[in-house]
Ligand binder design. Structure first.
Ligand code: HEM
Length: 139
C-alpha cells in the first residue's frame, strides 16, 4: 500500500467530514436499499460522527495497522448484532470510497481509489474475522 497516497487523499476529505458522511449514507441507501432497515433505530447524527471518528482513527493508524486490528475485530463482532453481513462490506467500501472521491473533487486521483480499496479490504477483513469469531462463540 502507498501510505503517502492514503494519507494525502484522506486529508483532502478530512475538512469536509460532515459532507462526506451525508453523501456516504445517502449513496449507500440508494445503492443498497436492503441495508437501510438496519439503521431504522439508529440516531444517524451520532452514527455519522462515530463513523467519521473511526475513519480518523484509521487515518492516524495507517502506519501501524497491526495495532488497531483487535479494535477492528471487536467492531466487526459488534456489527453482528447490527445485522451486518459479510456480503454487505463490499458495497459499503465501494460507496465510501466513491463518496470520498466526490467530496475531494478534481484533486482525487484514480490511484487513491485503488489504494483505499486495498486499505478497506484489510479493515473489512479484520471486521469479518471478528464477526466470524462472534458467531462461532454464539453457535
Ligand atoms: C469498514 C466498514 C465499517 C466501518 C468502519 C463501520 C463503522 C461503524 C461504527 C464506528 C459504528 C458505531 C458503533 C460501533 O462502533 O459499534 C457503526 C455502526 C453501525 N454499522 Fe457500521 N461500519 C462498517 C461496516 C458496516 C456494514 C458493512 C454494515 C452493514 C450494512 C454496517 C452497519 C452498521 C449499523 C446498522 C450500525 C448502527 C448500529 C446502531 O444503531 O447503533 N456497518 N459502524
Amino acid at each position: 500500500m502507498d501510505l503517502n497516497a492514503l494519507e494525502t487523499s484522506f486529508d483532502l476529505v478530512a475538512p469536509k467530514g460532515d459532507e462526506l458522511m451525508e453523501i456516504f449514507y445517502a449513496d449507500l441507501f440508494a445503492a443498497a436499499p436492503a441495508v437501510q432497515p438496519l439503521f431504522a433505530g439508529t440516531d444517524m447524527q451520532r452514527q455519522r460522527s462515530m463513523l467519521l471518528a473511526a475513519l480518523g482513527l484509521l487515518r492516524r493508524s495507517l502506519r501501524n495497522l497491526d495495532a488497531i486490528l483487535p479494535a477492528l475485530q471487536q467492531m466487526g463482532a459488534r456489527h453482528v448484532a447490527y445485522g451486518a453481513m459479510p456480503e454487505h462490506y463490499p458495497v459499503v467500501g465501494q460507496v465510501l470510497i466513491g463518496a470520498m472521491a466526490k467530496v475531494a473533487g478534481p484533486e482525487w486521483r484514480p490511484q487513491y481509489t485503488a489504494q483505499w480499496q486495498s486499505a478497506f479490504a484489510i479493515v473489512a477483513g479484520a471486521m469479518i474475522e471478528g464477526a466470524d469469531a462472534e458467531l462461532t462463540i454464539a453457535a
